[in-house]
Design a protein around this ligand. Structure first.
Ligand SMILES: CC(C)(COP(=O)(O)OP(=O)(O)OC[C@H]1O[C@@H](n2cnc3c(N)ncnc32)[C@H](O)[C@@H]1OP(=O)(O)O)[C@@H](O)C(=O)NCCC(=O)NCCS
Length: 163
């Protein structure tokens, strides 16, 4: 992602948020906060986009490495471009970024009804690690569950010795 992609990424996020069923963000977006968080080049973050041949930005992925070594990610593919391998390509880049950045694990959350996301993440080796019941308030007054998924990159370091 380059600086000049930021407007298109915000438009994409607004469009996907407007679908009302896939991502955590809802309309209206927190423009100022999102721009500050999503802009490329922020230390400890990776930002990726997919651009179609005609130049349209069709997907983005953001990943942020927490101080404790876990990288958190979120992504969007534009309606009309889904199911064509774009998500898989971006996630492959993000996993590489995580390894290079020294993350021992990647983590994300998705809605239980998001079958495409589950299929993508499980296909890349993520496993369900948690289930958050009635966790996220939505603008329509509902409380949505969320699935926590993780991909461990470091299986070598010992786990806890306190049993
Ligand atoms: C979820 C999302 C990122 C997946 O990206 P994508 O480009 O559509 O997925 P890909 O084409 O790379 O496919 C990846 C895998 O998911 C599967 N898949 C894609 N769409 C699917 C669908 N609607 N139902 C079931 N499986 C689906 C593909 O078959 C593929 O699996 P395979 O490798 O076993 O064949 C994308 O659909 C999206 O952005 N949706 C809206 C926003 C969103 O949900 N973001 C993620 C929030 S957690």
């Amino acid at each position: 992602m380059a600086d000049e992609d930021l407007d298109a990424v915000m438009d994409l996020r607004a469009a996907v948020a407007g679908e009302g069923r896939w991502i955590g963000a809802e309309l209206p977006l927190d423009e100022e906060g999102d721009r500050a968080r999503i802009r490329p080049g922020r230390p400890g973050t990776g930002a990726f986009v997919a651009i179609a041949e005609e130049g349209t930005l069709i997907a983005n992925l953001g990943i942020e490495l927490a101080p404790y070594g876990v990288a958190h990610l979120g992504m969007c593919v534009a309606d009309g471009w889904r199911g064509r391998g774009v998500g898989r390509a971006l996630l492959t880049e993000a996993i590489d970024w995580g390894r290079t950045a020294g993350a021992h694990k990647l983590e994300l959350q998705c809605w239980p009804h998001n079958d495409a996301a589950h299929r993508l993440y499980e296909g890349m080796g993520f496993v369900q690690e948690g289930y958050l019941r009635r966790h996220y308030p939505r603008n329509n007054g509902e409380l949505w569950d969320a699935v926590v998924m993780g991909l461990v990159l470091d299986e070598e370091r010992p786990g806890s010795s306190l049993h």
